[in-house]
Design a protein around this ligand. Sequence first.
Ligand SMILES: [Fe+2]
Length: 146
Amino acid sequence: MASPEAADWKQSMEWNDAYSIDHGSVDDDHMHLFRLFNDFSRAVRDDKAEPAVKPFLDELMNYTKYHFAREEALMARMKYPDLPSHQESHQRFITQVDVIIADYRAGKKVEGFLLDFVMTWLSGHILIIDKRVSDFIGEQQGASQA
Ligand SMILES: [Fe+2]
């Protein structure tokens, strides 16, 4: 029988068009992060957080670093004017995940905070910060076609 918590499980990230940035590699990376998040969230729901936390933290760190580098290279190519502040936003995420990793290594239970933090950060970052990049690219392409 499903636990009552399972019925309340809402921590999944559903992809929709509002998240689309470039219809390309950036979207692919974000979808990968959503899947990663959902797999981890499901493990937490199923009381399998214990074996899932470390692989999730490792993959989250590795993949976001890889993804941020790709996204920042795209912004540099496009001569995106707000690249420095965008990089700072990425760096703040890495710093926060580092803190969670330290807590985890110190024996603290981190999964609840980790789920809340990643879901809030990722959706907010994509919908607000990355969206500005998408708008800028759209304007550049519009200008070059005019
Ligand atoms: Fe970004």
